[in-house]
Design a protein around this ligand. Structure first.
Ligand code: NAD
Length: 246
């Protein structure tokens, strides 16, 4: 129960990796706020928490998210910036990515993370305590082709983590990145093109010879939220079965 009495918001927590993270943090004692475009209330109800319909790319939604969490629980100790556009994307040469698609990916994956973080930091600052974990991806480390908008958006997540770490460390707020490899989340499993193009190639590239599942990621996230990581900030941990080395 490393997270007893902590209140943690998980964006995109209604399914996939976010849902598994929410379940694990709850097991460790945290009260969970699920913030998602769909299914938030149902997912939160399973954990006895608060479900909020939130589009992280909306400034007003993210402000309302923080306000609702504070109103219900009086504190926000943690934020897991997990909501992202990935599983609906079809890999394609970068010349074929439209400006609209590029903007949509950046609005959610980069702007969404900025907005959700900006919304919760004032409460964390007043409390002198906060733990933020940003979900990036192994793709920017490897330079994965055919998903240029996605890969660069996740590179931005890594650099945002480092830069924000320097602005908030003095207020007791620590922020780190967890970067998963290709994971059999709900969204991936529902996308036959991704399975066809990426499952086998990802398996071959990793040292641990099996598929990666959402549950493989949750331990790293819980660690960064726990007192065991109280002297760690601005870091990135790649959790991908040994496909990438620093
Ligand atoms: N699955 C993978 O292979 C993989 C690998 C590395 C990183 N990731 C990252 O992990 C995170 C979760 O991915 P997943 O595979 O579980 O995806 P998923 O599609 O299964 O689930 C994503 C969840 O985020 C929610 N969401 C999407 N846009 C949102 C928005 N604008 N506001 C609020 N909620 C929103 C969706 O409704 C959904 O519940 C993403 O950031 C993704 O980029 C995934």
């Amino acid at each position: 129960m490393r997270l007893a009495d902590r209140v943690v918001i998980v964006t995109g927590g209604a399914q996939g990796i976010g849902r598994a993270i929410a379940a694990r943090l709850h097991e460790e004692g945290a009260t969970i706020v699920v913030a998602d475009l769909q299914g938030a209330e149902e997912a939160a109800a399973e954990l006895g928490g608060l479900g909020l319909r939130v589009d992280v790319s909306s400034e007003s939604d993210t402000e309302a998210m923080a306000a609702a969490a504070l109103e219900r629980y009086g504190r926000i100790d943690g934020l897991i910036n997990n909501a992202g556009i990935y599983t609906s994307l079809v890999p394609k040469p970068f010349e074929e990515i439209s400006v609209d698609e590029w903007r949509t990916v950046y609005d959610v994956n980069v702007m969404g993370m900025f907005l959700a973080t900006r919304a919760v930091v004032p409460a964390m600052r007043s409390a002198g305590y906060g733990r933020i974990v940003n979900i990036a991806s192994g793709t920017p480390y490897k330079g994965v082709p055919f998903l240029l908008h996605y890969v660069t958006s996740k590179g931005a997540v890594v650099t945002m983590t480092r830069a924000i770490a320097k602005e908030v460390a003095g207020d007791g707020i620590l922020i780190n990145t967890v970067a998963p490899g290709f994971t059999m989340s709900d969204g991936v499993v529902a996308n036959p093109v991704q399975i066809e193009k990426l499952q086998e190639i990802s398996l071959k590239a990793r040292l641990i010879q099996r598929d990666q599942f959402p549950e493989d990621i949750v331990g790293a996230v819980a660690f960064f939220c726990s007192p065991d990581a109280d002297f760690i900030t601005g870091q990135s941990l790649v959790v991908d079965g040994g496909a990438y080395f620093n």
